[in-house]
Design a binder for this molecule. Sequence first.
Ligand SMILES: Cc1cc2nc3c(=O)[nH]c(=O)nc-3n(C[C@H](O)[C@H](O)[C@H](O)COP(=O)(O)O)c2cc1C
Length: 378
Amino acid sequence: MGLYRAVARPLYSLPPEAAHRLAQSILSLPLPWERIGGTPKDPALRTSLAGIELSNPVGLAAGFDKSCRHLDALGRLGFGYVIGGTITRDPRSGNAKPRIARYPGRGSMTNAMGLPNPGAEAAARTLSRSPRSGPRLASIADQGPGEVVATHALLEPHVDGVELNASCPNVSWGRDRDNEAHMALLMRELGARRTSPLFVKLPPFRSDVEREAVLALARIAQDGGADGLTCSNTRPVSDRRLSVGAGGLSGRGLFPDTVRIVGDVRAATGGALPINACGGVFSAADALACLDAGAATVQVYTGLIDRGPRVVRDIVRGLSVARSGRSLAPSSPAGQDGTRPGGLRREFGATAAAGERRPGPTGGPGGRPAGRGPEALR
Ligand SMILES: Cc1cc2nc3c(=O)[nH]c(=O)nc-3n(C[C@H](O)[C@H](O)[C@H](O)COP(=O)(O)O)c2cc1C
Protein backbone atom coordinates (compact mmCIF):
# COMPACT_ATOMS: atom_id res chain seq x y z
CA MET A 1 0.00 0.00 0.00
CA GLY A 2 1.44 3.40 -1.01
CA LEU A 3 2.26 6.05 1.54
CA TYR A 4 -0.72 8.17 0.49
CA ARG A 5 -3.19 5.32 0.72
CA ALA A 6 -1.86 4.29 4.12
CA VAL A 7 -2.11 7.83 5.48
CA ALA A 8 -5.20 9.12 3.74
CA ARG A 9 -7.58 6.21 3.06
CA PRO A 10 -9.40 6.63 6.41
CA LEU A 11 -10.34 10.17 5.31
CA TYR A 12 -12.99 8.82 2.96
CA SER A 13 -14.99 7.19 5.76
CA LEU A 14 -15.31 10.53 7.61
CA PRO A 15 -17.92 13.24 7.01
CA PRO A 16 -16.57 15.73 4.41
CA GLU A 17 -15.58 18.58 6.72
CA ALA A 18 -14.01 16.24 9.29
CA ALA A 19 -12.04 14.61 6.47
CA HIS A 20 -10.96 18.02 5.25
CA ARG A 21 -9.81 19.06 8.73
CA LEU A 22 -7.84 15.84 9.09
CA ALA A 23 -6.27 16.35 5.67
CA GLN A 24 -5.23 19.85 6.74
CA SER A 25 -3.65 18.43 9.91
CA ILE A 26 -1.75 15.87 7.86
CA LEU A 27 -0.54 18.64 5.57
CA SER A 28 0.95 20.36 8.63
CA LEU A 29 3.25 17.39 9.22
CA PRO A 30 6.85 17.55 8.00
CA LEU A 31 6.33 14.75 5.48
CA PRO A 32 8.26 14.28 2.22
CA TRP A 33 5.56 15.90 0.10
CA GLU A 34 7.63 15.80 -3.09
CA ARG A 35 7.98 12.03 -2.71
CA ILE A 36 4.31 11.55 -1.79
CA GLY A 37 3.29 13.57 -4.81
CA GLY A 38 5.89 11.93 -7.04
CA THR A 39 5.28 14.53 -9.74
CA PRO A 40 7.90 14.45 -12.51
CA LYS A 41 9.66 17.59 -13.65
CA ASP A 42 9.51 17.98 -17.40
CA PRO A 43 11.03 21.16 -18.85
CA ALA A 44 8.63 20.81 -21.79
CA LEU A 45 5.72 21.53 -19.45
CA ARG A 46 7.08 24.83 -18.21
CA THR A 47 4.43 27.48 -18.61
CA SER A 48 4.45 31.22 -18.24
CA LEU A 49 1.13 32.35 -16.78
CA ALA A 50 0.93 36.11 -17.26
CA GLY A 51 4.64 36.23 -16.48
CA ILE A 52 4.51 33.82 -13.53
CA GLU A 53 6.87 30.97 -14.33
CA LEU A 54 5.31 27.57 -13.60
CA SER A 55 7.01 24.17 -13.71
CA ASN A 56 3.78 22.73 -15.12
CA PRO A 57 0.30 24.02 -15.99
CA VAL A 58 -1.60 22.20 -13.21
CA GLY A 59 -2.79 24.47 -10.40
CA LEU A 60 -4.59 23.94 -7.12
CA ALA A 61 -7.93 25.79 -7.27
CA ALA A 62 -9.05 28.22 -4.60
CA GLY A 63 -10.94 27.00 -1.56
CA PHE A 64 -8.90 23.95 -0.57
CA ASP A 65 -6.55 25.92 1.68
CA LYS A 66 -8.79 28.72 2.88
CA SER A 67 -6.36 29.84 5.59
CA CYS A 68 -3.23 29.76 3.36
CA ARG A 69 -1.47 27.60 5.96
CA HIS A 70 -0.59 24.64 3.74
CA LEU A 71 0.38 26.17 0.43
CA ASP A 72 4.00 25.08 0.80
CA ALA A 73 3.13 21.40 1.33
CA LEU A 74 0.54 21.52 -1.43
CA GLY A 75 2.99 23.10 -3.84
CA ARG A 76 5.57 20.43 -3.05
CA LEU A 77 3.09 17.73 -4.06
CA GLY A 78 3.83 18.95 -7.57
CA PHE A 79 1.28 21.62 -8.47
CA GLY A 80 2.63 24.21 -10.88
CA TYR A 81 0.93 26.83 -8.70
CA VAL A 82 -1.38 26.90 -5.71
CA ILE A 83 -4.13 29.32 -4.71
CA GLY A 84 -4.90 30.16 -1.08
CA GLY A 85 -8.24 31.58 0.13
CA THR A 86 -10.73 32.92 -0.75
CA ILE A 87 -9.78 35.61 1.77
CA THR A 88 -12.00 38.53 2.79
CA ARG A 89 -11.01 41.68 4.68
CA ASP A 90 -12.59 40.51 7.94
CA PRO A 91 -12.71 36.95 9.24
CA ARG A 92 -15.83 35.00 8.28
CA SER A 93 -17.22 31.86 9.85
CA GLY A 94 -19.22 30.94 6.74
CA ASN A 95 -22.60 29.24 6.59
CA ALA A 96 -24.01 26.87 9.18
CA LYS A 97 -23.07 23.18 8.86
CA PRO A 98 -23.65 20.84 7.10
CA ARG A 99 -22.21 22.71 4.16
CA ILE A 100 -20.60 19.98 2.04
CA ALA A 101 -22.43 17.01 0.53
CA ARG A 102 -20.75 14.27 -1.50
CA TYR A 103 -22.19 12.32 -4.44
CA PRO A 104 -20.38 9.02 -3.91
CA GLY A 105 -19.18 7.35 -7.07
CA ARG A 106 -19.90 10.43 -9.19
CA GLY A 107 -16.75 12.43 -8.51
CA SER A 108 -18.88 15.42 -7.55
CA MET A 109 -19.91 17.30 -4.46
CA THR A 110 -21.86 20.37 -3.50
CA ASN A 111 -20.63 22.96 -1.05
CA ALA A 112 -22.21 25.93 0.63
CA MET A 113 -19.22 26.97 2.70
CA GLY A 114 -19.97 30.70 2.46
CA LEU A 115 -16.28 31.70 2.37
CA PRO A 116 -15.13 30.88 5.90
CA ASN A 117 -11.63 32.33 6.28
CA PRO A 118 -9.37 33.96 8.87
CA GLY A 119 -9.49 37.43 7.30
CA ALA A 120 -6.85 39.33 5.36
CA GLU A 121 -4.61 40.35 8.25
CA ALA A 122 -4.27 36.84 9.63
CA ALA A 123 -3.79 35.38 6.14
CA ALA A 124 -1.09 37.96 5.37
CA ARG A 125 0.71 37.04 8.61
CA THR A 126 0.52 33.35 7.74
CA LEU A 127 1.80 33.94 4.22
CA SER A 128 4.64 36.15 5.44
CA ARG A 129 5.93 33.34 7.64
CA SER A 130 5.51 30.39 5.30
CA PRO A 131 8.18 29.22 2.86
CA ARG A 132 7.61 30.03 -0.81
CA SER A 133 8.57 26.80 -2.47
CA GLY A 134 6.68 27.63 -5.66
CA PRO A 135 4.28 30.08 -7.28
CA ARG A 136 1.28 30.93 -5.15
CA LEU A 137 -1.75 33.15 -5.65
CA ALA A 138 -4.28 34.53 -3.19
CA SER A 139 -7.98 34.41 -3.97
CA ILE A 140 -9.87 37.44 -2.68
CA ALA A 141 -13.51 38.56 -2.55
CA ASP A 142 -15.63 40.92 -0.52
CA GLN A 143 -18.75 42.97 -0.12
CA GLY A 144 -17.54 46.32 -1.31
CA PRO A 145 -14.67 47.71 -3.37
CA GLY A 146 -13.02 49.23 -0.28
CA GLU A 147 -12.73 45.85 1.39
CA VAL A 148 -11.50 44.18 -1.80
CA VAL A 149 -8.82 46.82 -2.25
CA ALA A 150 -7.73 46.52 1.39
CA THR A 151 -7.53 42.73 1.14
CA HIS A 152 -5.58 42.98 -2.09
CA ALA A 153 -3.11 45.43 -0.53
CA LEU A 154 -2.54 43.18 2.49
CA LEU A 155 -2.01 39.98 0.52
CA GLU A 156 -0.33 41.02 -2.71
CA PRO A 157 3.17 41.46 -1.20
CA HIS A 158 3.18 37.80 -0.16
CA VAL A 159 2.02 36.12 -3.36
CA ASP A 160 2.88 36.00 -7.05
CA GLY A 161 -0.56 37.09 -8.18
CA VAL A 162 -4.15 37.55 -7.03
CA GLU A 163 -7.34 35.89 -8.24
CA LEU A 164 -10.47 37.94 -7.76
CA ASN A 165 -13.32 35.58 -6.96
CA ALA A 166 -16.18 37.21 -8.82
CA SER A 167 -18.26 34.09 -8.79
CA CYS A 168 -18.88 32.50 -5.39
CA PRO A 169 -22.42 31.08 -5.49
CA ASN A 170 -22.59 30.73 -1.70
CA VAL A 171 -22.60 34.32 -0.54
CA SER A 172 -25.48 36.69 -0.92
CA TRP A 173 -23.59 39.78 -2.04
CA GLY A 174 -23.54 40.21 -5.75
CA ARG A 175 -26.95 38.67 -6.30
CA ASP A 176 -28.87 41.88 -6.09
CA ARG A 177 -26.41 44.28 -7.53
CA ASP A 178 -25.51 45.27 -11.01
CA ASN A 179 -22.67 42.84 -11.56
CA GLU A 180 -21.23 44.54 -14.60
CA ALA A 181 -20.95 47.95 -12.93
CA HIS A 182 -19.49 46.30 -9.85
CA MET A 183 -16.90 44.42 -11.88
CA ALA A 184 -15.93 47.59 -13.75
CA LEU A 185 -15.49 49.46 -10.47
CA LEU A 186 -13.40 46.67 -8.94
CA MET A 187 -11.19 46.50 -12.00
CA ARG A 188 -10.67 50.26 -11.93
CA GLU A 189 -9.73 50.20 -8.26
CA LEU A 190 -7.47 47.15 -8.43
CA GLY A 191 -6.02 47.96 -11.82
CA ALA A 192 -4.67 51.24 -10.52
CA ARG A 193 -2.94 49.62 -7.56
CA ARG A 194 -1.79 46.15 -8.38
CA THR A 195 1.85 45.38 -9.06
CA SER A 196 1.47 41.67 -9.84
CA PRO A 197 -0.82 39.71 -12.18
CA LEU A 198 -4.53 39.92 -11.48
CA PHE A 199 -6.86 37.09 -12.50
CA VAL A 200 -10.65 37.15 -12.43
CA LYS A 201 -12.58 33.97 -11.67
CA LEU A 202 -15.87 33.91 -13.52
CA PRO A 203 -19.08 31.98 -12.91
CA PRO A 204 -20.02 29.12 -15.23
CA PHE A 205 -22.82 29.42 -17.77
CA ARG A 206 -25.23 27.11 -19.54
CA SER A 207 -28.12 29.12 -20.95
CA ASP A 208 -27.72 31.82 -23.59
CA VAL A 209 -28.69 34.50 -21.08
CA GLU A 210 -26.07 33.30 -18.62
CA ARG A 211 -23.54 33.08 -21.41
CA GLU A 212 -24.05 36.69 -22.47
CA ALA A 213 -23.84 37.87 -18.86
CA VAL A 214 -20.59 36.00 -18.18
CA LEU A 215 -18.98 36.98 -21.48
CA ALA A 216 -19.85 40.60 -20.69
CA LEU A 217 -18.05 40.23 -17.33
CA ALA A 218 -15.08 38.65 -19.10
CA ARG A 219 -14.79 41.60 -21.48
CA ILE A 220 -15.12 44.09 -18.63
CA ALA A 221 -12.33 42.30 -16.78
CA GLN A 222 -10.24 42.36 -19.92
CA ASP A 223 -10.90 46.04 -20.62
CA GLY A 224 -10.14 46.76 -16.96
CA GLY A 225 -6.66 45.26 -17.31
CA ALA A 226 -7.05 41.72 -15.95
CA ASP A 227 -4.05 39.54 -16.75
CA GLY A 228 -6.03 36.32 -16.96
CA LEU A 229 -9.38 34.66 -16.35
CA THR A 230 -10.35 31.51 -14.49
CA CYS A 231 -13.26 29.54 -15.94
CA SER A 232 -15.12 28.69 -13.81
CA ASN A 233 -16.39 28.44 -10.28
CA THR A 234 -19.02 25.94 -9.04
CA ARG A 235 -22.55 25.75 -10.51
CA PRO A 236 -25.48 26.55 -8.20
CA VAL A 237 -27.67 23.53 -7.41
CA SER A 238 -30.28 22.61 -4.79
CA ASP A 239 -29.36 20.06 -2.16
CA ARG A 240 -31.49 19.53 0.91
CA ARG A 241 -28.61 17.93 2.81
CA LEU A 242 -27.01 21.37 3.10
CA SER A 243 -28.13 23.68 5.89
CA VAL A 244 -28.92 26.43 3.41
CA GLY A 245 -30.63 24.07 0.94
CA ALA A 246 -28.41 24.91 -2.02
CA GLY A 247 -24.76 25.17 -2.91
CA GLY A 248 -22.19 25.01 -5.67
CA LEU A 249 -21.67 21.79 -7.62
CA SER A 250 -18.05 20.82 -8.26
CA GLY A 251 -16.31 17.88 -9.88
CA ARG A 252 -17.02 15.63 -12.85
CA GLY A 253 -20.47 17.05 -13.50
CA LEU A 254 -18.87 20.34 -14.53
CA PHE A 255 -16.33 19.03 -16.98
CA PRO A 256 -18.22 19.23 -20.30
CA ASP A 257 -19.22 22.80 -19.44
CA THR A 258 -15.64 23.71 -18.57
CA VAL A 259 -14.27 22.87 -22.03
CA ARG A 260 -17.10 24.71 -23.77
CA ILE A 261 -16.80 27.77 -21.51
CA VAL A 262 -13.04 28.01 -22.04
CA GLY A 263 -13.59 28.05 -25.80
CA ASP A 264 -16.35 30.65 -25.60
CA VAL A 265 -14.45 32.95 -23.24
CA ARG A 266 -11.31 32.64 -25.30
CA ALA A 267 -13.19 33.64 -28.43
CA ALA A 268 -14.96 36.51 -26.62
CA THR A 269 -11.69 37.92 -25.32
CA GLY A 270 -9.88 37.56 -28.62
CA GLY A 271 -7.43 35.02 -27.22
CA ALA A 272 -5.57 37.89 -25.57
CA LEU A 273 -5.75 36.66 -21.99
CA PRO A 274 -4.53 33.37 -20.54
CA ILE A 275 -7.40 31.24 -19.23
CA ASN A 276 -7.21 28.87 -16.29
CA ALA A 277 -9.68 26.04 -16.86
CA CYS A 278 -11.37 24.89 -13.67
CA GLY A 279 -14.19 22.42 -13.16
CA GLY A 280 -14.06 18.63 -13.18
CA VAL A 281 -10.44 18.19 -14.25
CA PHE A 282 -9.46 14.73 -12.96
CA SER A 283 -7.03 13.36 -15.55
CA ALA A 284 -4.43 14.22 -18.15
CA ALA A 285 -7.04 13.69 -20.86
CA ASP A 286 -9.27 16.26 -19.16
CA ALA A 287 -6.38 18.68 -18.86
CA LEU A 288 -5.47 18.20 -22.53
CA ALA A 289 -9.04 18.85 -23.61
CA CYS A 290 -8.96 22.15 -21.70
CA LEU A 291 -5.58 23.15 -23.12
CA ASP A 292 -6.78 22.24 -26.59
CA ALA A 293 -9.82 24.46 -26.06
CA GLY A 294 -7.46 27.35 -25.41
CA ALA A 295 -6.64 27.22 -21.69
CA ALA A 296 -3.14 28.11 -20.53
CA THR A 297 -3.45 26.12 -17.31
CA VAL A 298 -5.92 23.89 -15.48
CA GLN A 299 -6.94 24.05 -11.83
CA VAL A 300 -7.96 21.07 -9.72
CA TYR A 301 -9.97 20.82 -6.51
CA THR A 302 -12.50 17.95 -6.40
CA GLY A 303 -10.11 15.70 -8.33
CA LEU A 304 -7.65 16.09 -5.45
CA ILE A 305 -10.31 15.02 -2.94
CA ASP A 306 -11.51 12.15 -5.10
CA ARG A 307 -8.21 10.79 -6.35
CA GLY A 308 -5.79 11.95 -3.66
CA PRO A 309 -2.56 13.88 -4.14
CA ARG A 310 -1.32 11.53 -6.85
CA VAL A 311 -3.81 13.19 -9.16
CA VAL A 312 -1.20 15.90 -9.75
CA ARG A 313 1.44 13.37 -10.70
CA ASP A 314 -0.97 11.51 -12.97
CA ILE A 315 -2.03 14.66 -14.83
CA VAL A 316 1.51 16.00 -15.17
CA ARG A 317 2.87 12.63 -16.27
CA GLY A 318 0.09 12.26 -18.83
CA LEU A 319 0.69 15.75 -20.17
CA SER A 320 4.35 14.96 -20.45
CA VAL A 321 3.67 11.84 -22.48
CA ALA A 322 1.16 13.65 -24.67
CA ARG A 323 3.57 16.46 -25.20
CA SER A 324 6.31 14.16 -26.39
CA GLY A 325 3.85 12.26 -28.60
CA ARG A 326 2.67 15.45 -30.23
CA SER A 327 5.95 17.24 -30.58
CA LEU A 328 6.19 16.47 -34.27
CA ALA A 329 2.82 18.08 -35.02
CA PRO A 330 3.09 21.09 -37.30
CA SER A 331 3.46 24.27 -35.32
CA SER A 332 0.41 26.46 -35.14
CA PRO A 333 -0.05 30.00 -36.33
CA ALA A 334 -1.64 30.88 -32.97
CA GLY A 335 1.25 33.01 -31.78
CA GLN A 336 4.39 34.37 -33.35
CA ASP A 337 6.64 32.15 -31.29
CA GLY A 338 4.20 29.26 -31.18
CA THR A 339 2.96 29.98 -27.68
CA ARG A 340 -0.48 30.67 -26.37
CA PRO A 341 -0.81 33.83 -24.36
CA GLY A 342 0.83 32.86 -21.12
CA GLY A 343 0.64 29.23 -22.07
CA LEU A 344 2.47 26.19 -23.33
CA ARG A 345 4.01 25.82 -26.73
CA ARG A 346 1.35 25.14 -29.29
CA GLU A 347 2.58 21.73 -30.32
CA PHE A 348 1.67 20.63 -26.82
CA GLY A 349 -1.97 21.31 -27.43
CA ALA A 350 -4.07 20.50 -30.45
CA THR A 351 -5.76 22.57 -33.05
CA ALA A 352 -8.44 24.58 -31.25
CA ALA A 353 -6.61 27.87 -31.50
CA ALA A 354 -5.16 27.33 -34.93
CA GLY A 355 -6.50 29.77 -37.44
CA GLU A 356 -9.02 31.21 -35.01
CA ARG A 357 -10.36 34.59 -35.90
CA ARG A 358 -10.73 36.61 -32.78
CA PRO A 359 -13.18 39.44 -32.32
CA GLY A 360 -11.78 42.51 -30.64
CA PRO A 361 -12.94 43.30 -27.13
CA THR A 362 -16.32 44.95 -27.20
CA GLY A 363 -18.85 45.85 -24.60
CA GLY A 364 -21.12 42.86 -24.24
CA PRO A 365 -24.85 42.87 -24.04
CA GLY A 366 -26.26 43.34 -20.60
CA GLY A 367 -27.77 40.50 -18.66
CA ARG A 368 -28.40 39.28 -15.22
CA PRO A 369 -25.66 37.44 -13.40
CA ALA A 370 -25.12 33.90 -14.52
CA GLY A 371 -25.98 30.86 -12.53
CA ARG A 372 -27.61 32.68 -9.68
CA GLY A 373 -30.76 30.73 -9.02
CA PRO A 374 -30.37 27.26 -7.56
CA GLU A 375 -31.36 24.54 -9.98
CA ALA A 376 -32.13 20.88 -9.52
CA LEU A 377 -29.11 18.62 -9.61
CA ARG A 378 -29.09 16.67 -12.81
C1 LIG B 1 -15.50 22.77 -0.59
C2 LIG B 1 -15.19 23.77 -1.66
C3 LIG B 1 -14.82 25.06 -1.31
C4 LIG B 1 -14.53 26.00 -2.31
N1 LIG B 1 -14.16 27.27 -1.94
C5 LIG B 1 -13.82 28.16 -2.90
C6 LIG B 1 -13.35 29.44 -2.55
O1 LIG B 1 -13.21 29.79 -1.37
N2 LIG B 1 -13.06 30.32 -3.55
C7 LIG B 1 -13.18 29.99 -4.88
O2 LIG B 1 -12.88 30.81 -5.75
N3 LIG B 1 -13.59 28.75 -5.24
C8 LIG B 1 -13.91 27.85 -4.29
N4 LIG B 1 -14.31 26.60 -4.65
C9 LIG B 1 -14.46 26.28 -6.10
C10 LIG B 1 -13.22 25.63 -6.66
O3 LIG B 1 -12.11 26.48 -6.59
C11 LIG B 1 -13.46 25.23 -8.12
O4 LIG B 1 -13.72 26.40 -8.86
C12 LIG B 1 -14.65 24.31 -8.31
O5 LIG B 1 -14.71 23.37 -7.26
C13 LIG B 1 -14.57 23.57 -9.64
O6 LIG B 1 -13.38 22.80 -9.71
P1 LIG B 1 -13.34 21.23 -9.37
O7 LIG B 1 -14.43 20.58 -10.17
O8 LIG B 1 -11.96 20.79 -9.74
O9 LIG B 1 -13.60 21.11 -7.91
C14 LIG B 1 -14.61 25.63 -3.68
C15 LIG B 1 -14.96 24.32 -4.02
C16 LIG B 1 -15.24 23.40 -3.04
C17 LIG B 1 -15.59 21.99 -3.46
